[in-house]
Design a protein around this ligand. Structure first.
Ligand code: SAM
Length: 303
């Protein structure tokens, strides 16, 4: 087992004989919200980007058999190749020690709690068929760090029999909120949601298609299917954020999941504790398979 001092913890843990070791995120007590209240008993789960593996342990506790995936030692993460920070970029890319310590934290935590998750490393854009089929796949706070979120989702979709879960940041910046509402008319008084109105709306849909009565008008916040490019050369803290690519509206992810055959989506919001003490807003999308699964999971894209 790795030594505690050789670990870097992304998640906060309360270890049996050691006590609390703080990490970047403290998800303790809020796992149900983070994972969209999905039932894991008897499910085989592929967790993409396990980091210190707190969620792998929690899903196992709830009865799942977990494959915990992370980036392979010989691969580079998707860092933003910002022209004026190329030396920093190169330094970060060569900092394998960070990822070694992160992997150590996973194995340390598994050992401490007697976890059985299989730790698989590789390329999220080219998942190995040997992982095999799973019932559920999870993308916890990883899509924001990827240059090609759709390819990563498509990779997991081909392995997933039932449910895909995405948890990501619901940014509290004016820019993000402007994106969610870009080009939308100001909200009008909430429309009634009685059975008579729902029937009327269904009829409207049948006659005129989806756009006539968008579901947002039923009291949900307005939202567009958009993603925002986060790196900004005007941001003085940019060089500390070279691993952040996109902020998503839940709707853009819902559209991607629909294309991949997971059109039945549930969206929930929650807050989680960041190490600075801040409560950060997040959303979780749970998407159920609505199209039959392809018969093969190997071969070249698009499988
Ligand atoms: C922000 S952490 C999320 C941890 C955990 N899923 C959660 O929700 O608490 C992102 C994880 O994704 C991994 N990761 C980033 N880029 C990756 C890639 N290209 N392939 C596989 N894993 C990647 C990182 O190593 C890290 O463990």
């Amino acid at each position: 087992m790795p030594r505690l001092e050789d670990c870097w913890f992304y998640h906060t843990f309360d270890f049996p004989n050691i006590g609390v070791i703080p990490g970047n995120w403290d998800l303790r007590g809020r796992v149900e919200a983070y994972l969209g209240h999905v039932h894991f008993a008897g499910k085989r789960v592929l967790e993409l980007g396990t980091a210190s593996g707190f969620l792998a342990l929690e899903m196992e506790k709830r009865g799942a058999d977990v494959v915990a995936f992370d980036i392979a030692e010989n691969l580079l993460p998707d860092l933003v190749p910002h022209a004026s920070h190329l030396p920093i970029h190169a330094m970060q890319l060569s900092d394998n020690d960070f990822y070694r310590r992160l992997r150590n934290s996973f194995h340390f935590a598994q050992e401490q709690f007697g976890g059985h998750a299989t730790h698989v490393t590789g390329n999220i854009y080219d998942l190995a068929p040997s992982i095999g089929l799973v019932d559920v796949s999870t993308f916890g706070s990883i899509l924001m760090h990827l240059r090609d979120p759709f390819l990563a989702l498509a990779n997991a979709a081909r392995f997933t029999r039932e449910t895909m879960i995405i948890t990501d940041r619901n940014y509290e910046t004016p820019e993000y909120h402007a994106m969610l509402r870009a080009g939308q008319p100001a909200p009008v008084a909430p429309m009634p949601s009685s059975w008579a109105f729902r029937g009327y709306r269904k009829l409207g849909k049948l006659l005129f298609g989806d756009e006539i009565f968008p579901s947002q008008s039923l009291g949900k916040p307005l939202e567009v299917p958009a993603m925002m490019f986060l790196p900004n050369i005007a941001d003085p803290e940019l060089k500390q954020k070279l691993n952040s690519w996109f902020a998503y509206s839940p709707l853009v992810l819902q559209r991607m999941l629909g294309i991949l055959g997971f059109a039945d989506c549930t969206l929930t919001y929650h807050t989680q504790k960041y190490f600075s003490g801040e409560e950060l807003q997040m959303f979780t999308l749970v998407a159920r398979r609505t199209e039959a699964q392809r018969s093969r999971i190997d071969g070249p894209y698009p499988w």
